[in-house]
Design a protein around this ligand. Structure first.
Ligand code: ADP
Length: 627
C-alpha cells in the first residue's frame, strides 16, 4: 500500500518525538504497555457477556520480547486489537484524548521541548527510541489482520497480513546508538524489567518476559570447577495488585512497612501509616506514611516533596507536589485515582479540580492522624516532633501565618517547669490566675536559657517559660501572637506584665543619677539604661527595645551578614545588687573606677545575651585592672 501522510498536527508531534532531546525517553514503554492493558480491558469486558471470546480473565497478558541481534523490542497483547479504520483513526492522527490535549498545549509552547516530559504522550512516544514501528494487529470479531508501519514523519502504510490470534504486536526497531545517546539499554532485559517495575508494576494483567539466566550445570555441580549454562525462564515482571488497592484489614502492618522501606528507600519503619479509600465526587485511594525520622537531606533543597500519583495502577507522576501542603512535606506516599487522565501535564494538574479536592482531603487526614497521635501516644508524637517539629513551625510562619490556626495545636516547646516538651494547650491550662502572658525565652540551648537573668522574675513568680532554641521559634511566637486569647511575651521584653514587689520609688533620685552616669559612660553602645524590674539575683541584663529582638538580629546577620539589622540595646541594672551598689558608691569617691565598673557590667550583659565582645582583650585588661 502507498504511504499515507500523517495529519498535519500528528506530524508535528511526531517530529518532536523523533528529534526529542528529552531525557526520560524511557516513558515510551509505560505508554505502550498502558495501551496494551487498555486493549485487554476492552476485550476482557466483552468476554464477560460474550462466550465466543473463549478467554478467561486469567488468559489475558502482555508479553515483552527483546531481540538484541535484530534490535527489536516487541510488546504483544491479546486484547481487542484494531481494524483498518482503528489504525487510520488511532495511529494516523492525534484524535484521542491525551495526545490531543498535548497538541493544544504545544501550540502555546512550541519551543519548549522539555514539556514532553510532563505529558503522557501515548503511542508516538515510541518514536523517541524506535527508528521504525510495526503494528501487527487483528481486531476481535474480524477475519482480517493488518500491518501498520511507519519510520516517522514521512507517513505510514497499512497492509493486510495473516495473524492467527486477536490482539496486537508492537514491534519497535530500536535506534542505533549515537555519540550522545545510548539506545541499547532498551534491549537489555534487566533494564526493561526495571522500567516495568518503575512505571507499570500495578498493571492488572501479567507482563511476561523470557529472561535469560545463568545456572551451574547439573553434571558439574559437585566438581571443583563448576560450569555455567544459560537457560530461559518466563517471568512475570509486575506485581499486579498494588498494596493500596487491597483492603486495609487484609494487609498486615509489616507488609505496609516493607512496602514503605522498599519504595521510599528507608531503613526505618514509618511512624504512622494512613490508608484511605474515598468514593464519591472524586474516587481515589491513598496510602500515606509519616516517617519516623527526617531523611538526612530533609531540610535542604535536595529533598523533593510530593506523593506518587497513579491513575489506575499506572504511575503518572513520581513527585506530585500539588498533593501535599508545604507544612506536611515530610509525608511520603501514593495516590491512585482513576479520575485522573494518564495524559495530564503538570500545568494542567495544578488546576485540576479533582486533584485539588484530593489534596484538601489528604491534608485533613494527615492533620487528624497527627492530632490522634498527640492524644493517644505521646512518645510517638514527641518522636515525630523531634524529627519534623521545625517543619510545623515553618508552616505556622509561612504565608504570613495563613495556616497557623490549623497547626498551632500541633506545636511543642520545652518547658521550664515540666522539663519536657509541652503543647500550648497544656501551658494555657497550667497558667496561674494572675499570669497575663505566655512567656518564652530564647537562647542557644536549654542550659543557656536556664541561667538567663531576664527570666528570673518570671521564674520567681512560678510562671512557666517556653524555651525557644531554634531559629524559627521566635518567628513562630510572633506569628501566633496569641493562643487561646493569651498573648505571648518574650522574657527580654521591657514590660513583662509583672509587678515587682521589691520595686520602690523611694530611691528614685539616686537611681536616676546612677542611670545617667552609666548611660553617659557607655555612650552609643546602649540605647537606654534602666532600673530593672525583672532582675532578682543578677546585677545586669540586656533587653531589646522596639520591634527587633536579639534573636532576630542574630538570625538575619547569619543569613545576610551586611543586613545592618540591629536590636536596640537596653541595659537593665539591678539596683539592689551589691555590684551595682558598689558602682554607685564609687561615683563619689573614684569616678574612673566607677566608669570601669560600668564597662565591665555592660560587657557581662553582652556575654549573657549571647553576643561576642567587640574587644575581648580590652575586657580582660579591664577586669585585671580592677583585681
Ligand atoms: P491514548 O492512549 O491517550 O488514547 P495513544 O496515542 O497512546 O493515545 O493511542 C491511541 C489509540 O490507539 C488508543 O486510544 C487505542 O485506541 C489505540 N491503540 C494503541 N495501542 C493499542 C493496542 N495495543 N491495542 C488496541 N488499540 C491500541
Amino acid at each position: 500500500m502507498a504511504k499515507t501522510e500523517f495529519k498535519s498536527e500528528s506530524k508535528r508531534l511526531l517530529d518532536l518525538m523523533i528529534n526529542s532531546i528529552y531525557t526520560h525517553k524511557e516513558i515510551f514503554l509505560r505508554e505502550i504497555i498502558s495501551n496494551a492493558s487498555d486493549a485487554i480491558d476492552k476485550l476482557c469486558f466483552i468476554s464477560l457477556t460474550d462466550d465466543k471470546v473463549g478467554m478467561d480473565r486469567s488468559d489475558f497478558k502482555i508479553t515483552l520480547r527483546a531481540d538484541k541481534e535484530n534490535r527489536t523490542l516487541i510488546i504483544t497483547d491479546n486484547g481487542i486489537g484494531m481494524d483498518k479504520d482503528d489504525l487510520e483513526n488511532n495511529l494516523g492522527t492525534i484524535a484521542s484524548s491525551g495526545s490531543y490535549k498535548f497538541k493544544n498545549e504545544m501550540e502555546e509552547k512550541q519551543d519548549d521541548i522539555d514539556i514532553i516530559g510532563q505529558f503522557g504522550v501515548g503511542f508516538y512516544s515510541a518514536f523517541m527510541v524506535a527508528k521504525k514501528i510495526t503494528v501487527n494487529t487483528k481486531k476481535y470479531g474480524c477475519d482480517t489482520a493488518y500491518c501498520w508501519q511507519s519510520s516517522g514523519a514521512d507517513g505510514y502504510t497499512i497492509d493486510e497480513i495473516s495473524k492467527d490470534s486477536f490482539g496486537t504486536d508492537i514491534i519497535l526497531e530500536i535506534k542505533d546508538n549515537t555519540d550522545d545517546e545510548n539506545y541499547d539499554e532498551f534491549l537489555e532485559q534487566y533494564r526493561i524489567q526495571s522500567l516495568v517495575k518503575k512505571y507499570s508494576d500495578y498493571i492488572r494483567y501479567p507482563i511476561e518476559m523470557d529472561m535469560t539466566k545463568s545456572r551451574i550445570k547439573e553434571e558439574t555441580k559437585d566438581s571443583e570447577k563448576p560450569e555455567y549454562e544459560n537457560y530461559t525462564e518466563t517471568e512475570t515482571l509486575n506485581s499486579m495488585v498494588p498494596i493500596w488497592q487491597r483492603r486495609k484489614q487484609d494487609v498486615e502492618q509489616e507488609e505496609y512497612d516493607n512496602f514503605y522501606k522498599e519504595k521510599f528507600m528507608s531503613m526505618d519503619k514509618p511512624l504512622r501509616t494512613i490508608v484511605t479509600s474515598v468514593e464519591g465526587v472524586v474516587t481515589y485511594k491513598a496510602l500515606l506514611f509519616i516517617p519516623s525520622s527526617a531523611p538526612y537531606d530533609y531540610y535542604t533543597k535536595e529533598y523533593k516533596k510530593g506523593l506518587q500519583l497513579y491513575s489506575s495502577g499506572v504511575l503518572i507522576m513520581e513527585n506530585c507536589e500539588e498533593l501535599l501542603p508545604e507544612h506536611f512535606r515530610f509525608v511520603r506516599g501514593i495516590v491512585d485515582s482513576a479520575d485522573l487522565s494518564l495524559n495530564i501535564s503538570r500545568e494542567m494538574l495544578q488546576h485540576d479540580r479533582h486533584l485539588l479536592t484530593i489534596a484538601q482531603n489528604i491534608e485533613k487526614k494527615i492533620k487528624n492522624e497527627l492530632n490522634a497521635m498527640l492524644t493517644n501516644n505521646r512518645e510517638d508524637y514527641e518522636k515525630f516532633f523531634t524529627a519534623f517539629g521545625r517543619q510545623i513551625k515553618y508552616g505556622v510562619v509561612a504565608d504570613y501565618g495563613m495556616h497557623k490556626e490549623g497547626l498551632q495545636n500541633l506545636l511543642m516547646f520545652y518547658s521550664s517547669t515540666e522539663k519536657q516538651l509541652v503543647t500550648l494547650d497544656e501551658y494555657v491550662d497550667r497558667m496561674k490566675e494572675e499570669q497575663k502572658f505566655i512567656y518564652f525565652a530564647t537562647g542557644e540551648n536549654a542550659a543557656a536559657i536556664d541561667t538567663l537573668p531576664q527570666t528570673e522574675l518570671i521564674r520567681s513568680k512560678g510562671f512557666e517559660i517556653l524555651y525557644c532554641t531554634e531559629d524559627v521559634d521566635e518567628f513562630t511566637m510572633q506569628t501566633l501572637m496569641q493562643y487561646n486569647e493569651k498573648k505571648f511575651c518574650s522574657a527580654t521584653n521591657d514590660d513583662l506584665g509583672i509587678d515587682n514587689d521589691s520595686e520602690s520609688d523611694e530611691n528614685k533620685t539616686e537611681n536616676d543619677a546612677l542611670i545617667t552616669f552609666v548611660k553617659e559612660t557607655l555612650g552609643d553602645k546602649v540605647a537606654e539604661v534602666t532600673a530593672s524590674k525583672k532582675l532578682v539575683s543578677h546585677p545586669v541584663c540586656l533587653t531589646a527595645k522596639g520591634g527587633i529582638s536579639f534573636e532576630m538580629e542574630k538570625y538575619f546577620n547569619a543569613v545576610q551578614p551586611n543586613s545592618g539589622m540591629k536590636a536596640q540595646r537596653v541595659l537593665e541594672l539591678n539596683m539592689n545588687h551589691s555590684a551595682v551598689k558598689s558602682m554607685a558608691a564609687l561615683i563619689e569617691t573614684d569616678i574612673e573606677k566607677a566608669k570601669k565598673y560600668a564597662e565591665v557590667l555592660y560587657c557581662q550583659a553582652i556575654l549573657i545575651a549571647g553576643f561576642p565582645l567587640e574587644n575581648p582583650s580590652e575586657y580582660t585588661d579591664l577586669v585585671c585592672s580592677l583585681m
